[in-house]
Design a protein around this ligand. Structure first.
Ligand SMILES: [Zn+2]
Length: 237
């Protein structure tokens, strides 16, 4: 047995589920619970069945945590959508024993680890089509509950990019040297001390770039002097 093999879909009591040992992801359980209440459990957990062993959650560990956070019994969450009152998507406002809809699979240990890792990784590796995202959000009529977005998130998304004039107001007009190359490198403490020692007479000592320029001028003069001296050494002219 190598790859995951689907066995069945079942509602499983949370008591019978074991979190994936060493799951590295720290999910946003509050956000997931708000989605579950608003949308219901739209996706099954993926759990691994081991002979004579526990049902281990490969994917959906934080959904299980959110369901546990809801707790047993009825809650009084309701939401009004277009004039219609809807109950909590987890408990339907009725007595509820914590459970989750699970797809049960069998697989080997290596595949189990890979599924747990890639399920977490694949969602964070994706990117967004910003226009498509803004479009989708615009259909929600400013009610972002259960979408994972807040009013503030959406404001940032739909805010038009600042104009060049606005940027200039905020940051000032660009200076000629804004686009100059930046040198950045590590040096030993001895070289750093030597740099500041050799440039101590620079007329603008508070500016490392001025010190560097000043040092280059000195090096240029020294190189020219060396070339002149070499040219005047008897027998070499
Ligand atoms: Zn509820």
């Amino acid at each position: 047995m190598t790859q995951a093999v689907y066995q069945r879909t079942a509602a499983v009591s949370l008591d019978e589920l074991t979190p994936f040992p060493g799951n590295a992801k720290r999910g946003d359980v509050d956000l997931i619970l708000s989605s579950l209440r608003r949308n219901g459990q739209y996706r099954a957990l993926v759990v691994r069945e081991i002979e004579n062993g526990p049902l281990v959650i490969l994917a959906g560990n934080h959904t299980a945590q959110a369901l546990a956070m809801h707790g047993s019994g009825a809650c009084d969450f309701t939401v009004t959508v277009k004039g219609e009152e809807r109950p909590c998507g987890v408990c339907q406002n009725e007595p509820w024993d914590p459970s989750a809809r699970c797809e049960v699979v069998t697989c080997d240990d290596d595949t189990a680890r890979r599924i747990n890792l890639v399920d977490n990784r694949s969602s964070e590796k994706g990117t967004y089509d910003r226009d498509a995202l803004t479009d989708l959000l615009s259909y929600l009529d400013d009610d972002y509950a259960g979408s994972g977005y807040t009013d503030a998130d959406v404001q940032i998304l739909i805010a038009p990019p600042p104009s060049l004039d606005e940027l200039a107001d905020t940051y000032g007009d660009p200076e000629a040297d804004d686009f100059w190359p930046v040198l950045k490198f590590k040096v030993s403490p001895e070289d750093r001390d030597a740099f500041y020692g050799l440039t101590i007479n620079c007329p603008n000592p508070n500016d490392d770039a001025a010190r560097f320029s000043w040092l280059l001028d000195r090096a240029r003069v020294a190189a020219e002097a060396e070339a002149t001296a070499a040219a005047t050494v008897p027998g070499q002219s």
